[in-house]
Design a protein around this ligand. Structure first.
Ligand code: KG4
Ligand code: ZN
Length: 341
């Protein structure tokens, strides 16, 4: 039988990611270029610079990815690309590239939801979860609990009413004077600190639902730094308490979601899924109650093209690739995941 090969293109934020997946087989190759050095001088992502760099990186990364798998352009069966949510200009680079290549090769283009890519990425692991499961999506822009019964079958159980957990990490890092990218740097500092020295709230821990709120935590950190006896030497301990507070809430709500749905598998996806404390605490606490937690491999936690190629391949395998776009497309900078079918 002919191989069905799907190229994946991810340009929603500050990583250019290209992946190649085969239907029925999985990931064949992928390459990521991170723009961290480009944005570091500005202390955060500059959208216009991000778009311009995606233009520079996309074609070379596609060539590298295909070469790594020994696949030619004309062997491709479909091109999946991130159509949202994300930065509009950055999304347009990937969408324009993918739609043009699909037209030129006369193959379908498959628009993919960025969070669906994250959500399915733990399935790239050697021991993948099987449907159904609860997904805890923790990226830079989203903190959501979803009930997942199959590809495209996502029911929102709860989400953040303000900042996402990743956003809280980034903003807190900034107010503590840490460089971009703040989240991972703050978490490294936190791992060297002692949590309980400062006392920060666990927002909405007892709200009785599956909603989150993280913006107050950032303000509580700011208040702590303004105490007269606060010195830079206290930063690791304050970072540790901040991280503990976020992890406590994520963990408690994830457990409540499993209880509410009666499911026993939790899948964690998105950049904050790389957090070592979150991984450790969830494994311990869920293991104790006979539930199981799955994380993406670290290389698939942050943005990448592998998860987009893989999501495209799963959509083809399940007959859910959608109607042909025929080269007519729009990106969706804001796009609720639960709208997918
Ligand atoms: O999924 P992702 O790469 O991009 C989005 O789709 O948003 O997530 C990026 C987010 C950022 O907010 C970043 O600070 C956070 O993930 N992040 C972390 C860690 N690594 C990345 N947050 C906490 N601990 C980490 N180790
Ligand atoms: Zn992402």
């Amino acid at each position: 039988m002919a191989r069905i090969l799907v190229l994946g293109v991810e340009t929603s934020c500050d990583e250019t990611g290209i992946g190649l997946a085969e239907v029925g087989r999985g990931l064949l190759a992928h390459r990521v270029f991170s723009q961290i050095d480009l944005h570091a001088a500005y202390g955060g992502v500059v959208p216009e610079l991000a778009s311009r760099d995606h233009v520079r990186r996309t074609v070379p990364l596609v060539n590298e990815t295909l070469a790594a798998a020994g696949v030619r352009l004309e062997d491709l069966s479909a091109i999946a690309y991130t159509t949202g949510p994300g930065l509009a200009g950055a999304l347009l680079v990937g969408a324009g590239f993918a739609e043009a290549l699909a037209l030129a090769l006369d193959i379908p283009a498959i628009p993919v939801h960025h969070l669906e890519g994250h959500l399915l990425s733990p399935m790239l692991s050697a021991e993948p979860p099987a449907f159904p499961f609860v997904a805890l999506l923790v990226s830079g822009g989203h903190t959501q609990l979803m009930s997942v019964s199959g590809v495209g079958d996502y029911v929102l159980l709860g989400e953040s009413v303000d900042d996402a957990a990743g956003e809280a990490f980034d903003k807190t890092a900034k107010l503590l004077g840490l460089p971009y990218p703040g989240g991972p740097i703050l978490s490294k500092l936190a791992d060297q600190g002692v949590a309980a020295r400062f006392k920060l709230p666990r927002p909405m821990l007892h709200s009785g639902d599956l909603m989150f709120s993280f913006s107050g935590l950032k303000t509580a950190v700011l208040t702590a730094t303004r105490q007269p006896d606060f010195t830079p030497a206290d930063i690791p301990d304050l970072a540790a308490e901040f991280q503990a507070a976020v992890v406590d809430v994520l963990c408690a709500k994830a457990k409540a979601a499993l209880k509410q749905t009666g499911l026993t598998q939790l899948v964690v996806a998105g950049g904050v899924g790389a957090n070592a404390r979150l991984r450790h605490v969830l494994r311990e606490e869920l293991g104790r109650r006979g539930a199981r937690v799955y994380f993406p491999e670290l290389e698939y936690c942050s943005d990448n093209g592998a998860m987009i190629a893989f999501a495209g391949a799963l959509r083809i395998a399940t007959g859910k690739q959608g109607a042909s776009t025929g080269g007519v497309f729009a990106v969706r900078p804001r796009w609720p995941l639960a709208e997918l079918a």
